[in-house]
Design a protein around this ligand. Structure first.
Ligand SMILES: Cc1cc2nc3c(=O)[nH]c(=O)nc-3n(C[C@H](O)[C@H](O)[C@H](O)COP(=O)(O)OP(=O)(O)OC[C@H]3O[C@@H](n4cnc5c(N)ncnc54)[C@H](O)[C@@H]3O)c2cc1C
Length: 479
């Protein structure tokens, strides 16, 4: 595999020299902005993810940078106010990455239109009047932000700015063991390179557990406890081809639940979903099930003007929402009723920070908060400029090239490229292969970026195709 030399160099950096100031476990939207901020403040930081960066919940979101209108129903005002504020700040800070999205809710004479409009006005007020005033005609209309490219790209953009002996980004690298050495006030950690199986030892003064739905698993490795736990809510979207002139996002009531489904334009597709299903074990939430797809197709046919079936599905997105509740909470409620608040626990005696719950939208606020806590334990050093700030090299379609992603964005597999560095696997049927497999030749050319040997590139595409046939195709067969 190309570029393994850079990976070994990063692992060497981890083991050599001074201990890290901070090891962040989890390279999703919680870990990534924190990594960027701490590197900028001059700390020596490593960001480790057991898979690719953004390969957990952060690759499955609705990509809305939103104020949490739905939580207004639960009168969860603190969450709504905080999310609105976070939304406004993010939209201001990243005008190129986040665009304004107008959402429309079809109204019928049977609906309680005035209370709904008043609710939207309250939301607009809580959001500091930052976006356009809600209106009511044949639809109720209001605005939010939406990531322009994708959730994963946004995460990776945060990480790629720092790659040096002071900022060590390590994807496909799992924390497997950790021990706090009290007299040295320092952690000894073991990290496994998931691509080679080799284990590397390092030292870190502080560990931040930003591993999302895996937080409890990582806490067990750290032997730390938390007053919070996660309730897991599985969410699935399917996408359909976007027709000419489909520029609007719509919201519809979810059949059989006090919830909604959205139909949102994203590049050449329309996203339909998400489902909201409480699950007990993580494994069952990580992959979509046929019932999820069946539910989404049925509800699409009840709500959308055009009829759709399994043949129309371009892609499927599936992830788990990490919802923070008190450890002794045993309520059995529909997940939407649970708060989306982020909870941060600081264990000073073991110099560990645990992060529970939260949203894409609130992640930068959390990064600020956690950086503040870290500053109390280790004062910030000299501010560091980004080690890399060039804009990416792109293809005619506007996607970052495979070579660029390999050289500057830690991309090591074809799947990393198709699913997270670009939206190719989401915008082309059968995860980039095309319905009839006609995308195979293009994928071979892309695979060449990850191996110098043509036969290996071919084998890479064959393995990818086998994975699509085994996991993706059966989900849509005879639905
Ligand atoms: C269907 C759906 C729709 C959503 N829509 C929105 C939305 O529109 N707007 C919004 O603001 N939010 C939305 N969210 C919520 C948001 O996506 C999540 O809150 C957020 O992505 C969680 O990010 P995270 O970084 O905490 O977790 P993750 O993205 O899961 O990252 C945790 C990482 O930790 C890594 N990890 C775990 N264990 C280890 C280990 N031992 N060693 C190394 N690494 C490890 C994992 O591989 C993973 O990549 C949605 C969520 C879902 C599921």
């Amino acid at each position: 595999m190309f570029r393994m030399a850079e990976r070994s160099y990063r692992f060497q950096n981890l083991s050599n020299g001074e201990p890290l100031d901070v090891l962040i476990v989890g390279g999703g939207i919680t870990g990534a902005p924190l990594y960027r901020q701490l590197c900028g403040l001059g700390y020596r930081v490593a960001l480790a993810d057991k898979g690719d960066f953004s390969s957990g919940s952060s690759q499955a979101s609705g990509m809305l940078i939103w104020g949490g209108l739905l939580y207004l129903k639960n009168l969860d005002l603190p969450t709504v106010i905080q999310l609105c504020k976070a939304r406004n700040e993010l939209m201001k800070a990243f005008p190129d990455a986040i665009s304004v999205l107008t959402l429309r809710y079809p109204v019928s004479p049977a609906m309680r239109r005035i209370p709904m409009l008043l609710g939207l006005y309250a939301y607009w007020f809580l959001g500091g009047f930052a976006l356009k005033r809600p209106t009511m005609g044949t639809t109720l209309e209001y605005q939010e932000g939406m990531l322009r490219h994708s959730d994963s790209r946004f995460v990776i953009e945060q990480i790629r700015a720092f790659d040096s002996e002071h900022g060590i980004p390590l994807n496909h690298c799992r924390l497997v063991a950790a021990e706090f050495v009290r007299d040295q006030r320092c952690w000894t950690v073991r990290l496994r390179d998931e691509l080679t199986g080799r284990e590397h030892e390092g030292k870190a003064r502080i560990i931040v557990n930003a591993s999302g739905v895996w937080a409890d698993e990582v806490n067990r490795l750290l032997a730390v406890e938390s007053p919070w736990k996660h309730v897991f809510s599985k969410g699935v979207y399917i996408t359909f081809p976007r027709r000419d002139g489909q520029t609007d996002a719509h919201i519809y009531p979810m059949p059989g639940a006090d919830d909604v489904l959205t139909h949102v334009p994203w590049g050449p597709v329309m996203m339909w979903g998400p489902t909201e299903t409480a699950i007990r074990d993580l494994e069952s939430g990580l992959t979509p099930a046929r019932e999820d797809i069946r539910f989404l197709l049925t509800s699409a046919n009840q709500s959308l003007p055009q009829k759709v079936d399994a043949q129309d599905v371009v892609s499927i997105r599936c992830g788990i929402r990490p919802l923070a509740v008190a450890r002794d909470d045993s309520r059995n409620v529909y997940p939407l009723k649970l708060s989306r608040h982020r909870r941060i626990v600081a264990h000073q005696e073991k110099q560990t920070i645990l992060i529970y719950g939260g949203k894409f939208t609130s992640s930068f606020k959390v990064a600020n908060q956690v950086a503040g806590l870290i500053g109390r334990w280790i004062p910030a050093r000299f501010p560091q400029p980004m080690t890399f700030s060039q804009p990416p090299q792109t293809t005619e379609h506007g996607f970052v090239t495979a070579q660029w992603a390999r050289d500057h964005e830690f991309c090591v597999t074809l799947e990393d490229y198709l699913r997270r560095r670009t939206p190719i696997a989401q915008w082309t049927p059968r995860m980039g292969l095309g319905r009839d497999g006609s995308g195979r030749e293009s994928l071979k050319k892309l695979a060449a970026a990850f191996t110098p040997k043509p036969l290996e590139a071919e084998a890479m595409v064959e393995a990818y195709e086998r994975q699509v046939c085994a996991t993706y195709d059966p989900l849509l067969a005879t639905l």
